[in-house]
Write a protein that binds this ligand. Structure first.
Ligand code: ZN
Length: 212
């Protein structure tokens, strides 16, 4: 009995130490870190709801790069393990590869020559090919990036190369991808065309990059 009382008061002592606000034992203070995303400004702009792209037009060739937190694309950022997660990633990958669902060119027509979509942080090749069976429980995210807060974050990247009929006539690109991925609330686009450059922030309502 006395031992229990002793243990009890000892743990009380430890607890009051915890509550005193010491951050030496940070491991179990997850709750305090929920707003970390906003503070991580230095970390290549990984902000859910936000994505970045750049367009370079040189003569008739056009290159477009997109970098978005995975959360905007599929709703999660860890490696897909359930069949429905895997299906979600594959569907998103298909949309990203379908340039008609991503872009609409005005002033001239542009043909895709090369499309690279990287969802490797979300889709392990092994999971993809073989066992989508009874393995729902191995969801350790060892391949993913862990932030300081212990949460998993990852990005989806896509690279597109087009050849346009007459690059000098290209007036604008509507980024219709914002309809396919409404979780991208803001898409910042930096562009370079024939010595001119600009930067715009787009949303679903205003999705056009004008080159002027
Ligand atoms: Zn994230």
């Amino acid at each position: 009995m006395r031992i229990i009382t002793l243990l009890f008061s000892f743990s009380l002592l430890i607890c009051s130490y915890c509550f005193a606000g010491s951050h030496e034992h940070d491991e179990h203070h997850h709750d305090e870190h929920h707003d970390d995303e906003e503070k991580h400004g230095t970390q290549d702009a990984h902000l859910h709801g936000y994505a970045e792209a750049n367009v370079v037009i040189d003569g008739n060739s056009l290159e477009f790069n997109l970098d978005s937190p995975s959360a905007n694309i599929v709703g999660f950022e860890y490696e897909a393990s359930t069949q429905s997660e895997i299906d979600t990633v594959k569907a998103a990958e298909k949309t990203l590869k379908n340039t008609k669902k991503m872009f609409s060119f005005k002033g001239t027509s542009c043909q895709a020559k090369k499309v690279l979509v990287d969802v490797s942080a979300l889709l392990d090749k092994k999971t993809d090919a073989a066992h989508n069976t009874e393995h729902d429980h191995h969801d350790e995210h060892h391949h993913d990036e862990h932030g300081d807060d212990g949460e998993v974050h990852s990005d989806v990247e896509a690279n597109y190369q087009f050849v346009c009929k007459d690059g000098s006539k290209l007036k604008s690109i509507a980024l219709v991808l914002l309809n396919s991925f409404p979780a991208i609330e803001t898409l910042k686009v930096d562009w370079v065309k024939d010595g001119k450059q600009g930067s715009v922030k787009l949303s679903g309502k205003s999705n056009e990059v004008e080159f002027k």
